[in-house]
Design a binder for this molecule. Structure first.
Ligand SMILES: [Zn+2]
Length: 464
């Protein structure tokens, strides 16, 4: 059913010159968003800069190849970290002299490489859904997908700036207090399924009374087990968190047979239901259907279907994302944020960064104006024939180190838990594992936000 993917269909990469100045501007734009009141210290490659960075990229960014030389591993505050563009492994990382600092690794080039998604933009490899595969990523090759390396590079830069100014730099605090944020999201693909799984579950346990009740419900046209948006909202609200629902705007299968919604997205009844969820504090956002990640007209048409409600965010169904096209599609569709960028195959950091960021526009050499709120963990990733096969008891322990990294850097922990996995018959990556994860986030003091609340808070910072 699924289309085989052909690299000949890939659009050609843009040929803009990504100069050191372009890279520095993009990286510093994000650095200033990550810390409070960054003083106007001159940071650059030239000898006149107060914080000097060793130029280490050579011709790499002129050659448009996906992968740089292997990183050099260095110890930083008890953590072993990969440093790309490190041409002087024998030198210390930081040389501090009175009033100046020199960083002996090109952390600006390395941060740009990872944050811009350079590897996927210039790679020709895609999976059967047209996605850049985790298997060919530097995160997989050097095993650092659960470390937000760019945030660590920023910490090196921060240390250099603190040295030359003798003033501490503090990470941004959410609303002034919370150490980090939880962004709890649900992609809604199926509302009418779950009968078969429920029946098999009850049968296996010999619960024949329950089975009879289930079948009677089906016979009279009662709601399917997965028709549970209100229960999803309640299960999330129990932890003080608002839900962000990504709703498909298309119930026709894609040309290659890939299913989209199993529900009619624009009946008055369904719209009213979404309105009630929103009135209870949920956010309704767009789940761009299969085929919209490279088609702005189709995505816009789906977003318009939500009118008069305004939709501020999007995540693509199947996490579809064509690096050479999708950022421009999202920008042109006019949403304020996207939250597609995570690897389906592994939890962690696809751009090695744990804060929202403005995706790099390879055609203009500047940042796009929409925010990407990167996706860190999807329920399906944790237990799936094609992805990981974690035992239920191993899920939270596997995620905890990654969540601790997000907390350390004051980032956003984005969780995707589909509505069908709130069905109690799922005992593997189901409601119980979701509750364990939520309990952990709550215990650690996360502030829970919807996508548009995250954008609003960050934009206040940008304009402050
Ligand atoms: Zn989906």
């Amino acid at each position: 059913m699924a289309a085989s993917f052909s690299a000949e269909l890939l659009p050609s990469p843009a040929t803009i010159a990504v100069t050191p100045a372009v890279r520095l501007a993009y990286v510093l734009q994000h650095f200033r968003l990550a810390y409070e009141q960054v003083p106007p210290v001159e940071i650059g490659y030239g000898p006149a800069a107060t914080v000097t960075v060793a130029e280490g990229a050579g011709r790499f960014f002129a050659d448009a190849t996906p992968y740089p030389a292997a990183p050099n591993w260095r110890e930083w505050q008890g953590q072993r970290l990969p440093f790309f563009f490190d041409n002087s492994p024998e030198q210390e990382l930081l040389t501090l002299t009175p009033r100046t600092a020199r960083i002996n690794v090109d952390v600006v080039a390395a941060a740009f490489y990872l944050l811009s998604g350079w590897q996927e933009y210039f790679s020709d490899t895609r999976d059967r859904h047209g996605r850049f595969p985790y298997a060919v990523s530097v995160q997989q090759q050097y095993q650092f997908v659960t470390l937000p390396i760019v945030n660590y590079y920023f910490e090196v830069l921060k240390t250099a700036i603190e040295h030359v100014t003798s003033q501490p730099l503090r990470p941004r605090r959410w609303n002034g207090t919370a150490p980090f944020v939880g962004f709890i999201t649900h992609d809604i693909d199926n509302l009418h399924g779950g009968w078969g799984t429920a029946a098999r579950y009850l049968l296996r346990r010999g619960r024949l009374g329950g089975l009879a009740k289930l079948l009677a419900g089906k016979a009279i046209g009662g709601p399917a087990p997965w028709n549970n948006l209100e229960q999803v909202q309640q299960a999330t609200a129990q932890f003080g968190a608002p839900s962000t629902f990504f709703i498909l705007g298309n119930n026709h299968p894609a040309l290659n047979g890939t299913p989209n919604a199993d529900y009619a997205p624009d009946t008055a009844q369904f719209r009213a239901r979404l309105g009630r969820l929103a009135a209870q504090g949920a956010e309704i956002a767009s789940h761009g259907s299969y085929g919209t990640a490279d088609n702005v007209e189709k995505l816009q048409e789906e977003i318009r279907r939500f009118e008069p409600a305004s939709v501020l965010g999007n995540r693509f169904h199947y996490l579809c994302w064509e690096p050479r096209r999708t950022p421009s599609v999202v920008a042109a569709a006019g949403v304020a944020y996207d939250s597609t960028l995570g690897f389906a195959e592994h939890f962690g950091f696809r751009n090695s960064y744990c804060l929202p960021f403005f995706p790099f526009d390879f055609t203009s050499g500047r940042a796009h104006s929409f925010l990407e709120i990167p996706l860190n963990v999807m329920d399906a990733t944790l237990h799936h024939p094609n992805y990981l096969q974690l035992m239920p008891k191993d899920i939270l322990p596997a995620l905890r180190p990654m969540l601790a990294e997000i907390e350390r850097f004051g980032g956003v922990a984005t969780v995707l838990w589909h509505n069908e996995n709130f069905d109690p018959v799922n005992t593997i990556n189901g409601p119980h594992q979701f509750a364990e994860l939520m309990d952990y986030l709550q215990q650690r003091g996360a502030a829970f936000r919807t996508g548009s609340q995250i954008v609003a808070e960050l934009c206040q910072l940008v304009n402050a």
